[in-house]
Design a protein around this ligand. Sequence first.
Ligand code: KIV
Length: 288
Amino acid sequence: MSTLKPIDIEGAVRRTTTLDIRARKRSNGATPLVCLTAYTVLTARLLDAHTDLLLVGDSLGMVLYGLENTVGVTLEMMIAHGQAVMRGAKRSCVIVDMPFGSYQESPEMAFRNAARIMKEVGCAGVKIEGGEEMAATVRFLVQRGIPVLGHVGLMPQSVHTAGGYKARGRSEAEAQKILADAKAVNDAGAFAIVVEGVMEPLARRITEEIDVPTIGIGGSPACDGQILVTEDMAGLFTDFKPKFVKRYMDLGSGIAESARRYAEEVRNGAFPGPEHCFGMPKKDDHDA
Ligand code: KIV
């Protein structure tokens, strides 16, 4: 007797691939890509039905670990959170950020670390910040089987050389450089490019002039997709609010309010009730 279980083709869930994302250019009639960050299994489960792409972003260093910036994030942190997200997401394309210091030195170093992420996480690809200077690395990875999501414009890992998080592309010279960055990463074989924190006309122009989809964050409504940090979007991370964030709810206040009510009930004895205890006589049993 065969021990093979029948495959439920009808119910099977097909995970979105980087090729699917690559094909989603709005100029070809595609609907905008919906992308969010995810760092944990719980968030991944909640978001997965609504997103095309989930990014395990190195923003987790600030959002989850309280770091001042993303520079201190390690490969081990990215792998652990990537694995958690893969356990929760069944249909979205999962991409993991390569942290600062894990890819800048050489294409070979980038390949070793990206291969480790791909093997240990089982994700669909990696994201790398950088433009013209990273194009050779993007090409090296893609030619060796590792899909790459590019990231140009405001690049948080370069905060120390860029001197902060101000929007980029204000001067014509800077706009030309960012456009050249996007084209270089496009030509190197990235399947899509995150365009972060740039002047709107520049994000629009990049979107028009490159072949692969742009995913905007502080970019433009014309981008081929949008991404936000989930904890920003849901009002859980409230240390600061960049202009490009829209808060769709106030989850932070909801959690704080539930903690306040719990504390009150523990202190006044209302919690736990008999229904939360094992083997405690019901109120009726006492009365009898
Ligand atoms: O680290 C991150 O979350 C990101 C997105 C904001 C694009 O890079």
